[in-house]
Design a binder for this molecule. Structure first.
Ligand code: SF4
Length: 135
């Protein structure tokens, strides 16, 4: 039996509470609030207490999808990234960076949100960045 705890950040909302994910034989089985986190000080809301339950949900998308001839098809990450880069270049070449907007999520970390807005502004050249919390 292999039991471990992994310190991580809750992905359910933008508060960024920390907890220890309990992992038994490679399977997430529970969460323990992190008492030393300055964000949540040992507390979690009901979503944080149960965050381990969705990790293995069969409805999660784990493979990129590209619509081909009107139908979503599973593709590899290299193809998905190449497709995305080519479309971003095509649009910015034709209409400039402001023709593109980025929507990010409360379900990723603040650091990931920071990286996306940095990519939008510095690499693509648009200030059109918004967040699902405002949708
Ligand atoms: S535990 Fe609750 S409040 Fe904290 S980040 Fe997760 S969803 Fe948000």
């Amino acid at each position: 039996m292999d039991y471990r705890t992994v310190l991580t950040t809750c992905t359910y909302c933008g508060c960024g509470c920390n907890f220890y994910l309990e992992v038994l034989d490679g399977e997430p089985i529970g969460t323990i609030p992190c008492k030393t986190s300055p964000v949540n000080e040992g507390k979690l809301c009901i979503k944080g207490w149960n965050v381990h339950e969705f990790i293995r949900n069969e409805k999660r998308l784990t493979t990129p999808l590209i619509r081909k001839n009107g139908v979503l098809e599973e593709v590899g990450w290299d193809e998905a990234l190449d497709f995305t880069v080519s479309k971003l270049k095509e649009i910015t070449d034709r209409n400039g960076g402001d023709a593109i907007g980025f929507l990010t999520s409360a379900k990723v970390t603040n650091e990931e949100n920071y990286l996306l807005q940095k990519f939008a502004r510095a690499a693509v050249g648009t200030n059109s960045v918004d967040h699902c919390a405002r949708l």
